[in-house]
Design a protein. Structure first.
Length: 100
């Protein structure tokens, strides 16, 4: 999983049939301290996140298998809206954090 902030919306009037009705958001991945890492990416949102929200995102096959009946052509799915992040004092930001 990854933490990031929603920085924009994506509108696509034509898309794969199985993607109809899904909301797409631009997410900037971040370290726990809020520093941006890597390039922004597009994620599907089914929980109602919006611009400025800090979110948890899963990527890869976990995102593509969000429904039991079919595998969708997506690679990122917002799975939570973050209320707060607590990082222990003395822990260096970025160490041990995956940048998928």
């Amino acid at each position: 999983m990854q933490v990031g902030t929603v920085i924009g919306n994506i509108w696509a009037t034509r898309k794969e049939d199985h993607l109809t009705g899904l909301k797409f958001l631009f997410v900037q991945p971040e370290l726990p301290n809020g520093s941006p890492i890597n390039a922004p990416f597009i994620a599907v949102d089914r929980i109602g996140a919006g611009v400025g929200d800090k979110v948890m995102v899963t990527r890869g096959s976990a995102a593509a298998n969000m429904t039991a009946d079919s595998q969708l052509p997506i690679d990122a799915l917002i799975i939570g809206i973050i209320d707060s992040i607590d990082v222990e004092r003395g822990v260096e930001h970025g160490k041990g954090i995956r940048n998928d």
